[in-house]
Design a protein around this ligand. Structure first.
Ligand code: JEB
Length: 243
């Protein structure tokens, strides 16, 4: 899988070298390329931002460097059909389901904005020439798209065959079937007066499996009840949405 990332902070992605993703990159399973947006500027100061039309706080990323960078990267796509992702607090939420779908792509391009974001015409123009999505990694505010791009690359990369050593560890996982994971324990059997649950030392694999499943359901009910199938309540036109 080919992954291109466009950013004004290429050094941000150095951390990938110390991870499984970096190993997969060296092994040729992933082909990860980081592009410095400033290489696509044409002025002495390598300017990437300007003041917003209509006024308001902060700066907006100028369209021209983005246009030149994406023309080049989309034009040189080895598949000719890349999926371009703009990270944004206003995007559709990136979930494990989205990660699965992205892991089946042959070429993705991740665009990392900064400041107040990128001139909207860059997204509109890209939508006219390539499959384009806007994605948010969650409902909190970051200063730019780099941390979001790292999260997407890690979540997607580990689903690409050959990146994670043991494919079984991918199956038995939180969120793959909508329940949280069961609690894990290792040696010693007693630590600071706390015992590993007896069932895990029983050697009874059927009993262990049902105990773990029960733990998953209880944990999900306690911590993430929103993940459990609940009573479908009909929309009340009089109720306000609330946050
Ligand atoms: C992504 C970004 C900014 C309003 C507030 C902050 C480019 N889950 C997420 N939170 N924030 C981002 C994100 C994702 N994905 C995110 C790209 C940019 C935040 N900012 C700062 C812009 N508008 C600039």
């Amino acid at each position: 899988m080919r992954v291109d990332i466009v950013t004004i902070f290429p050094d941000f992605f150095d951390v990938l070298d110390v991870s499984l993703i970096g190993k997969a990159n060296q092994a040729g399973i992933l082909n990860l390329r980081i592009h410095d947006l400033r290489d696509y500027t044409d002025d002495r100061h390598r300017t990437v931002d300007d003041t917003p039309y209509g006024g308001g706080a902060g700066m907006v990323m100028k369209p021209e460097p983005w246009g030149r960078a994406l023309d080049r990267i989309i034009g040189l796509s080895p598949t000719g059909d890349p999926l371009v992702i703009f990270t944004s607090p206003a995007g559709e939420v990136f979930t494990q389901t989205a990660a699965r779908q992205l892991s089946r792509e042959d070429h993705i391009v991740i665009c990392c904005g900064r400041y107040e974001g990128i001139d909207q015409r860059v997204i509109d123009d890209t939508t006219n020439r390539a499959r384009t999505v806007t994605m948010s990694i969650g409902d909190y505010v970051l200063n730019g798209g780099e941390v979001a791009a790292l999260a997407i690359v890690e979540a997607v990369g580990r689903l690409v065959p050959g990146v994670v050593g043991n494919p079984e560890s991918l199956v038995e996982e939180s969120h793959e079937d909508g329940l949280l994971e069961y609690p894990s324990y290792t040696k010693p059997a007693t630590w600071r007066g706390l015992d590993v649950p007896d069932v895990l030392l029983s050697g009874n694999h059927k009993l262990i499996a049902s105990w773990r499943q029960q733990q998953r359901i209880e944990r999900t009910r306690a911590i993430r009840p929103d993940l459990l199938p609940g009573p479908e309540v009909e929309d009340d036109p009089g109720s306000s949405s609330g946050q």
